[in-house]
Design a protein around this ligand. Sequence first.
Ligand code: PGA
Length: 256
Amino acid sequence: MNKERKLIIAGNWKMNKTVAEALDLVRDLKLELAAIKEADIVVCPPFTALSEVSREVLNSNIRLGAQNMSEQNFGAYTGEIAAGMLKEFSVRHVILGHSERRQYQKESDALVAKKALASHAASIKPIVCVGETLSERETSQTEKVLDTQVRGSLAGLSHEQMEETVVAYEPIWAIGTGKTATTAQAQEVHKFIRSLLADLFSEAVARHVRIQYGGSVKPANARELMAQPDVDGALVGGAALESRSFADIVKNSVAA
Ligand code: PGA
């Protein structure tokens, strides 16, 4: 393993796991992954499990992440959670603009950018998700779509904030479908995103930013994906729900 940037492997548990189930999973992960130093490991449980999981990961090498947050700091926003509330549980990362939120909650690039600014203001590092649909890929619009998403979702961030932001490239056609982008497809898009970051910020910032791949990452494909020069980690959904597969993804990734 000789990566330019430290890997960051995050498990997005989505709307799964009761508190008891979340604790079982994270306890297993702590045991399985105690020796890993070469990658940042993040678990993103549902909000309801943050408090208990936060206590469980204290003094371990596992960091806590959330799956979403409000762009507002407080007030009359029924059902929303603010960055300051996440800070109470020592949340270090927050996933923003996941394709499921873009699709089901109609989150726009502009909203994602506001959320990213709010998370940085609270010293929570965002994981900003971008990715094209199958029809966009098939009609050769991948770069155009990503250009719009990257510019819009990261608008207004300072260079310092951008360096502390993780970008997750998640082709929508690969999420939960069992279809993974080929390593060549992933590398090509990651390189493109890094070149966009160089244009929008600077070469130095672009070199610094970690770009995760997401979409049907499994133990069997993690090593090959992580071996790509511009792939700096993974955002894992389905395979993060079980300790064996998530732990193997982390171990195979650091062996890349
Ligand atoms: P998947 O989900 O690993 O189940 O494809 C990835 C994600 O949505 O972050």
